[in-house]
Design a protein around this ligand. Structure first.
Ligand SMILES: [Zn+2]
Length: 260
């Protein structure tokens, strides 16, 4: 039994997400408690030494009552983590215990988690960073024209608009664009029935994930893909997500709905 459980561990890990409370249970390096996945994989084996957070530390070890205390940042990956941490309440100020949540809806967890962060408007966009007094340009990295807010970056930027247009064309939907976050939420909450609303949910999470990734690639890696290339990646991920549901009884209709 024990051996079987050990064998299952890597697969189970992917679907287990930790919600940070007081930080006394969540393992800093091994649990998935940020959108960056397991930090030991995101930052690499040198992470514990560079940040001076021991390999088996719990999350509360990385913060005191006044802020996060990680050693100086050396890589882009560590910087991403620092930026994300500034968006979180400090464990010391939390009244909740840490909690673990199973990702049971079959969405790719990284997409679902990114969507959750976006929905809470916690993505560290340039406008948010500037509002904390960080001295940076606030223009959108995708169009270099408007201020980078969540809704601009993910919905109304010309670049993102084209991705959404490709989606609605693919879904044969009367809609052509999303003007507000409320419109996006109405798209994934119904009133349409299965398979429409399921497919909307999968595609929205996938597109938000890829737009945010594209934005980070432009800023940190000077890599920018065309809207057609991004949409190809979105299409590939949506097929993978649907395929992961192939044991469910409505799988065939969901796939044919996407491939039509
Ligand atoms: Zn833009």
């Amino acid at each position: 039994m024990w051996k079987r459980l050990l064998k299952l561990r890597p697969a189970a890990l992917v679907f287990l997400r930790a919600n940070l409370g007081k930080g006394s249970r969540i393992k800093f390096w091994y649990d998935i408690w940020t959108p960056l996945g397991q930090l030991i994989l995101h930052i690499g084996a040198s992470g514990p030494r560079n940040t001076r957070i021991p390999i088996n530390a719990t999350v509360n070890r990385a913060a005191n009552a006044t802020g996060w205390c990680l050693g100086g940042s050396r890589s882009q990956q560590e910087l991403d983590l620092h930026i994300h941490l500034t968006t979180l309440p400090l464990p010391a100020s939390s009244v909740n215990e840490d909690a673990y949540v199973w990702e049971a809806n079959g969405a790719v967890p990284k997409h679902a988690f990114n969507m959750w962060v976006a929905n809470a408007d916690r993505l560290p966009t340039r406008s948010r960073l500037a509002s904390w007094g960080i001295n940076i340009q606030t223009c959108c990295p995708l169009c270099s024209f408007h201020n980078e807010t969540r809704d601009h970056l993910l919905l109304t930027c010309d670049f993102s608009k084209e991705i959404w247009r490709l989606l609605f064309e693919r879904l044969d939907c009367s809609r052509h664009s999303l003007l507000s976050w409320a419109e996006l939420l109405s798209l994934i909450r119904g009133p349409q029935a299965f398979p429409t609303v399921t497919l909307h949910r999968i595609s929205v999470q996938t597109i938000i994930f890829h737009l945010w990734k594209q934005r980070n690639n432009v800023i940190h890696n000077q890599i920018s893909l065309s809207t057609a290339e991004i949409f190809r990646l979105v299409d590939r991920d949506i097929r993978t997500t649907i395929t992961a549901k192939r044991k469910r009884k409505n799988f065939a209709s969901l796939m044919s709905f996407w491939l039509r």
